[in-house]
Design a protein around this ligand. Structure first.
Ligand code: G3P
Ligand code: CA
Length: 279
């Protein structure tokens, strides 16, 4: 049961409900939707044959039973791998009686490689059933592909009618990146699609809270808020929304709420929602 909302902060499931289920799998995203997350975060990379898949690392070694760079593998190669069992072997959820349902162990499809297309279908299915779920898509290593990641991404979003906000309200999709150039490419192709500029630290050129031209949303790392809490007010004064990552600890959630951020990106959407409802 989803609790009535007592707060305005968007809770975004980072790589899905990735504390409970293997990151970037359908199982993790289904769990996040079930837990009541407002939005789903995913990283996208291009396969050797031009498909966008949801994988964080350059290589598949950490999160699957295979080896090699995503960019050197075709979708069929990735589809033969298991992206679920690594988490169990790391012991993170071995004691959890819900492990099988959280990981989709009994439905292998839920822990195979996830294409962005399938994730967009899940979002569409969830929204058709009355939920309002947004998607925050991060382009990984976009400079390497000279625009191909963004080109494929925009084509796919267009196919789902998600390359621009609907006339009646905000965009269900936003694109995030540490690369200002990648975000610029996205806006050049689709000027009204919201973009999020991710920051590991405050670079001198953004010290006053201003971001690369056209960017509406700031995506600072949680560590920035811990060391420079007043930066949130600067970003807001410059007209930006603030989406913070990756916020898993209760004291960090509390600080985010105190500072009035707009979105919290977390591996634990259920716990964060519950904490925010009690603040
Ligand atoms: O949501 C932004 C955050 O995901 C950026 O870091 O390494 O988890 O992709 P990373
Ligand atoms: Ca990410």
């Amino acid at each position: 049961m989803t609790l009535a909302r007592q707060h305005q902060i968007q809770v975004v499931a980072h790589r899905g409900a990735s504390e409970d289920a293997p990151e970037h799998t359908l199982a993790a995203y289904k769990k996040a939707v079930e837990d009541g997350a407002d939005a789903l975060e995913c990283d996208v990379r291009l396969t050797a044959d031009g498909h966008l898949v949801c994988v964080h690392d350059r290589r598949v070694n950490r999160t699957s039973n295979g080896r090699g760079a995503v960019s050197a593998l075709e979708l069929a190669d990735l589809a033969a791998l298991d992206f679920g069992s690594w988490k169990k072997h790391h012991g993170e959820a071995e004691e959890d009686p819900d492990w099988a349902s959280a990981t989709g162990e009994d439905t292998g499809a839920d822990t195979s490689v996830l294409t962005l297309e399938r994730l967009l279908e899940l979002v569409a299915e969830s929204n058709a059933s009355g939920r309002r779920v947004r998607l925050a898509i991060e382009t990984k290593h976009p400079t390497r592909w000279a625009g191909q990641v963004e080109e494929r991404l925009l084509l796919l979003l267009k196919r789902f009618g998600l390359d621009a906000p609907p006339p009646e309200g905000p965009s269900p999709v936003r694109v995030m990146s540490f690369s200002a150039r990648s975000l610029h490419r996205v806006r050049a192709a689709s000027p009204t699609l919201p973009t999020v500029y991710l920051m590991q630290f405050i670079s001198p050129r953004h010290r006053d809270g201003r971001l690369p031209e056209g960017v509406r949303i700031a995506g600072p790392a949680m560590r920035i808020l811990r060391s420079h809490p007043s930066y949130v007010a600067k970003l807001r004064r410059a007209g930006h929304q603030v989406h913070v990552w990756t916020v898993n600890e209760p004291e960090d959630v509390e600080l985010c709420a105190e500072l009035g951020v707009d979105a919290i990106i977390t591996n634990r959407p259920k716990q964060v929602l519950s904490q925010l409802n009690q603040l």
